[in-house]
Design a protein around this ligand. Structure first.
Ligand code: FAD
Length: 393
């Protein structure tokens, strides 16, 4: 069967692109190996899909060419997507830091995209895995588990490698390489960090405890949100954010009391309740068990406040404002939200997303070397890249 456009992947970017191309009168087929469309949308944001961020800007993305996203984010903005969902009557709410979530369920976002695809006359074929692609004089021939298809324009929206159980495959990277495009090495990002056995044993009993912190990478990038202790290591939004900037062998510095000046606090406590132990005083600000563990590790002196020497106060302040933790790895693609790396965007037109070396071949969404921060930025890039490509493919 022959189509004007075939889109590989019925995810966020693929469905947005397909609807736009369909509205232009193109005959569009979307294929996906899954049983359902939009499977990542459905599990996103704890089932409520953090579908965009009011503050999305190019600064919220990691990419070897940081200028690339400027064009698509300005042509299809978060406000454009908000207008789309409002037209469909989506009930949504604002959370912290500009994040927008569905009131009911992420299914509402999938329903909106599928309604758009239906109105635009897009065909969707599920349980169909792309196996290989060949260039023809007319366009492309696709060999899939559901037979052979031809198209003039081939849009690769096959996503990254996270959550392999949801059908992530490297097919997009392979197609890029087949047509001579550079692909940057991929790694898991927005992912919990794991700890060495000795640290894991120390902090295991804190599993489930969270602390509002500022986490800083060795490269100096900072995020202010919660950290969360887990059975395997450390997670929470601040850690997921920093994981995109963390490299093997590096430490992260955690300011456990960002609003406070620990040295000044101790000086005040010394006057108010000199006999009180340092640990008791700190337990009013931090989880008690965490303070105990720092004490067991000799990171906090076991003394009354009035016995603390100046150097000890300085050292306590350093421990709590610049607590050093050296992860031994990440939980990997199994639990990561996104894939860092991918198809080099310098190989693509920032206007159309067409490969400069292969006419009629397009790459959008997470398969490209664009990774957003946590907070709705990844979906916004999927919508923006999908919408822009849909105007040209
Ligand atoms: C648990 C989790 C929660 C997340 N929460 C959020 C959030 O709240 N907000 C946010 O902005 N981002 C979130 N993300 C990230 C976001 O889901 C992705 O960035 C986004 O889905 C990428 O969209 P995409 O269309 O590029 O790829 P995908 O949504 O991954 O879609 C790719 C599709 O291609 C199909 N496919 C792959 N290979 C083949 C093949 N060989 N043949 C046929 N089909 C194939 C796959 O089945 C898949 O359906 C989350 C991710 C995860 C894993």
């Amino acid at each position: 069967m022959s189509f004007d456009v075939i889109v590989i992947g019925a995810g966020a970017a693929g469905l947005m692109c397909a609807a736009q191309a369909g509205y232009r009168g193109r005959r569009v087929l979307v294929i996906d190996m899954g049983k359902k469309v939009g499977r990542k949308i459905l599990i996103s944001g704890g089932g409520r899909c953090n579908f965009t961020n009011e503050n999305a800007s190019p600064n919220n993305y990691l990419c070897h060419n940081p200028h690339f996203v400027k064009s698509c984010l300005s042509r299809y903005t978060q406000q454009d997507f908000i207008e789309l969902v409002e037209r469909h009557g989506l009930a949504y709410h604002h959370k912290t830091l500009g994040q927008l979530f569905c009131d009911n369920s992420a299914q509402d976002i999938v329903d909106i995209l599928m309604t758009e695809c239906e109105w635009a006359g897009v065909e969707v074929q599920l349980r169909t895995e792309l196996l290989s692609v060949d260039k023809t004089t007319q366009g492309y021939t696709l060999t899939t588990s559901g037979g052979e298809f031809q198209c003039h324009s081939l849009v690769v929206a096959s996503g990254g490698l996270t959550m392999p159980k949801l059908g992530a495959t490297p097919v997009g990277y392979k197609i890029a390489e087949q047509f001579g495009l550079q692909v940057y090495p991929t790694t898991a990002a927005l992912v919990p960090l794991t700890l060495h056995d000795h640290d894991k044993a120390r902090f295991e009993s804190l599993s489930g405890v969270s602390i509002d912190s500022i986490v800083t990478s060795e490269s100096g990038v900072q995020f202010r949100e919660n950290i969360l202790f887990t059975h395997r290591g450390i997670s929470g939004p601040a850690i997921l954010q920093i994981s995109s900037f963390w490299q093997a062998g590096q430490a992260v510095a955690i300011n456990l009391l960002p609003e406070k000046n620990v040295a000044e606090l101790i000086a005040t406590w010394k006057v108010q309740s000199p006999q009180k132990s340092l640990k008791n005083a700190l337990s009013g600000l931090l989880p008690k068990r965490f303070v105990e563990i720092l004490g067991e590790q000799q990171q906090l002196p076991d003394k009354a406040l009035n016995q603390l020497l100046h150097a000890e106060i300085e050292s306590v302040a350093k421990t709590l404002h610049q607590w050093q933790l050296k992860p031994n790895g990440t939980e990997g693609y199994r639990t990561a939200e996104v894939t860092l790396g991918g198809v080099d965007v310098d190989e693509l037109s920032s206007k159309t997303f067409e490969a400069k070396k292969a006419q009629g071949l397009y790459f959008i969404g997470e398969v490209t070397d664009v990774t957003g921060w946590l907070g709705g930025y990844n979906f916004q890039y999927a919508w923006s890249s999908g919408w822009c490509c849909g105007q040209y493919c």
